[in-house]
Design a protein. Structure first.
Length: 185
């Protein structure tokens, strides 16, 4: 009986590490879940056409962003795996930064990574995002930031599909999706 139980115990022991592949920062007891990503009418910095870099204070971001978006975008929190509305979404269109409206990814670069967060193999434009080294939690990762507002989006890993081999592991809560007009017909 012990021999049959050992693989299950090993799986249960390794499960938390597997689920933390994109590494949630959420403190125990707190929950960040996907909700409406609309930045709201009080955000004057939101634009889907302006690509100029924003230089906004954290106090101002706190005023104009919903708490859930602020926590992930500005405080680098992470929504729980498999809770975001885009992790397995298959619509055809464009993904934008929920904080500032910057165009980030096209749906044709999205793939099913099964990590619990939306994953893409390339950005819409080279300057859609920026990168910084992330050594938090004794890990060596690359943090992905919005190229316009500098908000935290997720992390970049080298285990994606061809042609890039990259996996942009993003938080749904900081993404907005706009379907292509042709896909609505």
């Amino acid at each position: 009986m012990f021999n049959n139980f050992f693989p299950m115990r090993l799986f249960l022991f390794a499960l938390p590490a597997l689920l933390a592949a994109c590494h949630p920062k959420t403190a125990p007891g707190s929950v960040v879940t996907a909700e409406t990503n609309a930045a709201g009418p009080k955000n004057p910095y939101y634009s889907r056409t302006d690509t100029a870099t924003l230089h906004i204070s954290e106090a101002e971001w706190k005023k104009v962003l919903p708490d859930s978006i602020y926590e992930v975008s500005r405080e680098k929190d992470t929504e729980r795996a498999f809770t975001g509305k885009y992790w397995n979404y298959t619509g055809i269109g464009t993904y934008y930064c929920a904080a500032c409206g910057n165009a980030l990814f096209r749906s044709d670069s999205k793939f099913a990574s099964e990590c619990g967060w939306p994953s893409f193999f390339e950005t819409l434009r080279p300057n859609s995002v920026s990168y910084i080294e992330d050594h938090s939690y004794n890990m060596e990762r690359v943090e992905v930031l919005c190229g316009r507002c500098g908000g935290h989006l997720g992390h970049l890993f080298d285990d994606g599909p061809p042609p890039t081999g990259k996996r942009y592991c993003m938080n749904s809560i900081v993404l907005e999706f706009e379907p292509d007009v042709a896909s609505l017909k």
